[in-house]
Design a protein around this ligand. Structure first.
Ligand code: NAD
Length: 295
């Protein structure tokens, strides 16, 4: 397929490379010329501008940092929708607010385009390995049409519901992730303060009812597990800044519907404080340091 790809950053770069590996013709565009050059090295063609990037594209994919960037790309008189063929399928993989997703869906309905939201879970590791989970929102036929392309970049494709449902499912998951990471850090610190070896305590909780993903594959206590961010001074992984962005989206969504999210609010306060103390680019499991006991 001919694919126009916008945003070849940490996630989009390896995703576009996997599309090329699967035999697709990918034309990439990014605000950073350096990243476009990297995408060319991975076999992509370089998009000169928005119109050139979507020229002849059967599928258009975006992987952008914010709702503002997504609206700026697609909407308005000179937006990408004005240049994309109505035969093409538009897949927005960015994690963004549901208002922007709704605005894009409504503009696409007016212009006769098919669009789905398909935010991902799996991080940079999953994007590189081609094992991402796509959480889609939109019409069933459009989600089914996206499968062959999404399968070149991921292992799981879920259809959460109509437009915006992919975004809601994604932020519910990440709010839960923030909460169980915090709970895991708190329990490990309590055990360590009372003389337990965090590795032994982790093994005990893994075989007990406290078992959870943070403990199982992403232990936040340095030295308990190899090949996780806590083993590398919390470098790489999923940044505190991005967790704060997702928690903000979760709280905005909760406010709009009146949902009660006291745990999400507390998680946002703690991650916000941690980020503002110069830790924004560290992995989110570095929140363990917030629990360190003062001598
Ligand atoms: P990133 O900042 O590395 O990449 C985003 C890229 O988009 C940048 O290179 C930027 O120059 C480019 N860009 C911005 N506006 C553009 C435009 N109008 N046209 C073309 N390019 C444009 O961010 P990332 O880590 O790749 O994250 C992208 C999205 O994926 C975000 O919505 C993020 O929340 C989500 N996400 C990230 C992770 C992760 O672990 N990094 C995991 C899951 C989901």
């Amino acid at each position: 397929m001919k694919i126009g790809f916008f945003g070849v950053g940490n996630m989009g770069g390896p995703m576009a490379a996997n599309l090329v590996k699967a035999g697709h013709e990918v034309r990439a565009f990014d605000l950073s010329a350096e990243l476009v050059a990297q995408a060319q090295q991975a076999g992509c063609d370089a998009g000169r501008d928005v119109a050139h990037t979507v020229e002849g594209a059967e599928v258009v994919i975006s992987m952008l940092p914010s709702g503002k960037a997504v609206a700026g790309l697609y909407l308005g008189e000179q937006g990408a929708l004005a240049h994309i063929s109505t035969e093409a399928l538009v897949i927005d993989c960015s994690t963004i607010d549901t208002d922007t997703t709704a605005a894009l869906a409504s503009a696409a309905a007016k212009s006769g385009h098919r669009v789905i939201d398909a935010p991902v879970s799996g991080g940079v590791g999953g994007a590189t390995a081609g094992t991402l989970t796509f959480i889609c929102g939109g019409a069933t036929a459009a989600v089914e049409a996206a499968w062959p392309v999404l399968e070149a970049m991921g292992k799981n494709v879920f259809h959460a519901g109509d437009h915006g449902a992919g975004q809601v499912a994604k932020i519910c998951n990440n709010m839960l992730l923030a909460i169980h990471m915090l709970g895991t850090c708190e329990a490990l610190q309590l055990g360590a303060d009372n003389g337990l070896d965090p590795k032994v305590l982790s093994d005990i909780m893994l075989a007990s009812s406290g078992r959870n993903w943070s403990l199982e594959v992403y232990n936040p206590w340095p030295g308990v597990m190899e090949n996780v961010p806590s083993a590398k001074e919390y470098a790489g992984g999923f940044a505190v800044d991005l967790m704060n962005k997702d928690l903000t989206l979760a709280l905005e969504t909760a406010l709009a519907k009146g949902s009660r999210t006291p745990m999400g609010s507390l998680a946002k306060s703690l991650y916000g404080m941690h980020g503002s103390q110069g830790n924004g680019r560290l992995d989110f499991s570095s929140i363990q340091r917030l629990f360190a006991t003062l001598d």
